[in-house]
Write a protein that binds this ligand. Structure first.
Ligand code: GLN
Length: 455
């Protein structure tokens, strides 16, 4: 895999940092253990993995795709990183991402965009475009992403790979650099559903270091992926969300979705149409809640504690001057836009109208899910309305960019489980399309079973 990275990553740019030394040392340790006759640490011992650069890695740079953290070497491992190491997983390096995970194309990275291996002129999705492109380019068989509004599933969809957003609270956020704390969730990316499930089991489970971690056993995702492989979905009720179709959806995406639903029916599932009327407001609510939380979380980048400091040596400058010069130079345009939107939405006089209303919509969306899951076991939709768009096509139009996450955001707002599994290629451009499968919170195994049967 290191050779493959050396061959193709100049063109793909999935990696921000390749940790050759660390990877070889981890691999040699697995070999030595095997020679010594020891049991492997996990089913994934010795398997290479690419880690999104938003998770801290002790002794290895972590930039979050931002100039603000250039040169920062974390003194500790995120819980996800630690669990990977303990499982004998070989971490190849850190993957490119939109700055602080804000974006849908990886074009907001301060280190240049990642290219979609299916067509290098197109985006690999975002914010975790590097993690998904690394899979599609065969640079790594496994990767880790984080999903605040779709950043695991949408890159999975447009690169023809599997991406899973676990139930909120089931994968630790300790050491995951915060964007929007009530939405952020790390999860597995892989080329098959079973690989994703095996990785999910390694990284998931309760963590006392994360105050929102759920103290309950992880849903049985590996068993479900194995069960689904028999291809029998009889007795499973699948809901098609009526609101996720129509205007703005590419014809080839809708055709692929219809074919996927037919296939699920042919596997024995009962297909039911359901309506979730509040989902129409999910995008608007998200773009108030996520920037609000971001404006608070990103206050820690104050030029004093981490990374970049501009003007620190100039005695004529006040601490406030240094802070604003550093933030001016260190943050990119999208991050600044989010901080301003969030600060505005939280300001007194506007708080109730914006942030408060968005929180009410969030509750309505959760209720829509609850009502739907009384009728069906899982819900399905396209993962994203279009296939991979051209690099540069949406950079000047934030609204068009935000639409990429139309279908993925409701599961973040409700905190339930959702994944994207490849569902063929769109007729008009031959590019990958994804099928999104959503399950109630702590019922992640349901979507794994359906995805494995469908795959
Ligand atoms: N594209 C969405 C955003 O820009 C989601 C990002 C994410 O899931 N991290 O906020």
């Amino acid at each position: 895999h290191l050779d493959r990275i050396a061959q193709v990553d100049t063109a793909v740019h999935a990696f921000l940092h390749v940790d050759t030394e660390g990877a070889l040392a981890a691999a040699r340790k697995v070999d030595a253990d095997r020679v010594a006759g020891q049991q492997p640490a996990s089913a994934l011992a010795g398997v290479p993995l690419a880690l999104k650069d938003v998770l801290t890695t002790e002794g290895v740079p972590t930039t979050c795709g931002s100039k603000m953290l250039e040169g920062w070497i974390p003194p500790y491992d995120a819980t996800v990183t630690r669990r990977l190491r303990e499982a004998g997983v070989v971490i190849l390096g850190k993957t490119n991402m939109d700055e602080f995970a804000m974006g849908s194309s990886t074009e907001n990275s301060a280190y240049g965009p990642t290219h979609n291996p299916w067509d290098l002129d197109r985006i690999p999705g975002g914010s975790g475009g590097g993690s998904s492109a690394a899979l599609a380019a065969f640079e790594s068989p496994l990767s880790i992403g984080t999903d605040t509004g779709g950043s695991i599933r949408q890159p999975g969809s447009v690169t023809g790979t599997v991406g899973v957003k676990p139930t909120y609270g089931t994968v630790s956020r300790y050491g995951l650099v915060a964007f929007s704390s009530s939405l952020d969730q790390a999860g597995p990316c892989a080329r098959t559903v079973l690989d994703a499930a095996l990785l999910h089991e390694v990284i998931g489970g309760h963590d006392p270091l994360d105050s929102t971690s759920i103290d309950r056993p992880l849903p049985p995702v590996v068993a479900a992926a194995r069960q689904g492989a028999d291809g029998d979905l009889s007795g499973v009720r699948i809901g098609v969300v009526r609101e996720f179709a129509g205007e703005g959806y590419q014809a080839g995406v809708l055709a692929s979705f219809t074919a996927a639903v037919d296939q699920l029916r042919a596997l024995g599932a009962e297909i039911v149409e359901v309506s979730c009327p509040s989902f129409t407001y999910a995008l608007s609510a998200y773009y108030l809640i996520a920037p609000s939380e971001a404006s608070s979380n990103l206050a820690r980048f104050d030029a004093m504690r981490y990374g970049l400091r501009v003007g620190g040596d100039d005695p004529s400058l006040s601490a406030e001057d240094v802070m604003s010069l550093t933030r001016e130079a260190g943050f990119g345009a999208e991050v600044k836009r989010r901080i301003m939107i969030g600060t505005y939405a939280l300001s007194s006089g506007y708080y109730d109208a914006y942030y408060g209303s968005a929180q009410k919509v969030r509750t309505l969306i959760t209720r829509d899910f609850d009502a739907a899951f009384e009728q069906v076991d899982v819900l399905v939709s396209p993962t994203t309305p279009t296939t991979a768009f051209k690099i540069g096509e949406r950079v000047d139009d934030p609204m068009a960019m935000y639409l990429s996450d139309l279908c993925t955001i409701p599961s973040n707002l409700a905190g339930n489980a959702s994944l994207s599994v490849p569902s063929g290629l769109a007729e008009e451009d031959g590019l990958p399309v994804g099928l999104q499968i959503m399950a109630p919170a702590m019922e992640d195994h349901r979507m794994y079973r359906v995805a494995a049967a469908y795959e």
